[in-house]
Ligand binder design. Structure first.
Ligand SMILES: [Zn+2]
Ligand SMILES: [Zn+2]
Length: 259
């Protein structure tokens, strides 16, 4: 990466701006100054350090929704909506009062980690959230705690719940990543899927050494194997059918040079 380069993905919509970018400290602080200048409300930044360049390119995408729920009409009215800080989150868990914990992320994310005791709604995409709630038979007066990776998805998930009449919902401020920054040894179990080349981070927010993207399906895999053509280590899913090769290129080579 060049010194003055910034890469990552930024989403722009009438709902707001959300994104993850990577660059040198100087470039990132210039970008923050720029955003503060053009925004007419507070911007919330979350910083983390990575030795690896986690993105391949810089993309700015204009979308009808920041979080795709197929409900562009649901827009947060205020930045404050029943948020709990990580400390308040722990207080509820330790209070002895009844509560229900629901993970609002997709099923391939919950597979590698979630909060202790959390319900996995098994979502293939966030568009299924409304139907999941309608079919869930969760009593409307249940104290429900919801969370997601960085807290953005929950800003809409909570609106859907409130619209359906759930009376007492809290969302985790800054999501799992915010929680782990404060409580790496708290109530989180496993690793947290992230949407860049790190694939996942552990409870100390360090890039995973347990998971990687499977070349056959693009999903998270945990079987570490060595390619029998190029000798690179890579991860596969459980139903990997590529006869020990890591890529299309190596597969083509193997097809032409059978063992
Ligand atoms: Zn696969
Ligand atoms: Zn290979």
């Amino acid at each position: 990466m060049l010194d003055n380069e910034m890469v990552g993905l930024v989403l722009v919509s009438t709902e707001g701006i959300n994104g993850t970018v990577a660059g040198t400290e100087e470039v990132i602080s210039q970008f923050k100054e720029f955003l503060i200048e053009v925004a007419d409300s507070d911007i919330h930044f979350k910083d983390s350090v990575s030795e690896l360049q986690p993105f391949k390119r810089a993309t700015v995408d204009i979308r009808s929704e920041i979080v795709g729920m197929k409900r562009p009409d649901l827009v947060p009215e205020s930045p404050e909506n029943q948020h709990l800080t990580p400390t308040e989150w722990n207080e509820v868990i330790e209070s002895g009062e009844p509560y229900l914990l629901i993970d609002t992320r997709n099923d391939y994310e919950t597979k590698i980690g979630k909060f202790k005791g959390a319900i996995d709604p098994g979502l293939k995409s966030f568009g299924e959230w409304g139907d999941y709630l309608r079919n869930s038979e969760i009593p409307k007066d249940t104290h429900v705690l919801i969370y997601c990776t960085g807290g953005i998805r929950c800003e809409k998930a909570i609106l859907e719940m409130q619209e359906q009449g759930f009376e007492k919902v809290n969302q985790l401020k800054d999501g799992i990543l915010g929680y782990l920054a404060e409580y790496p040894e708290g109530y989180w179990e496993g690793e947290c899927f992230v949407f860049d080349d790190r694939v996942a981070v552990d409870a100390n927010l360090a890039p995973t050494s347990t998971y990687g993207i499977c070349p056959c399906c693009g999903l998270v895999g945990s079987n570490k194997v060595v390619c029998n053509v190029c000798n690179q280590e890579f991860f596969t899913c459980d139903s990997f059918g590529w006869k020990g090769v890591c890529s299309k290129t190596c597969k083509d080579w193997r097809d032409k040079h059978p063992l």
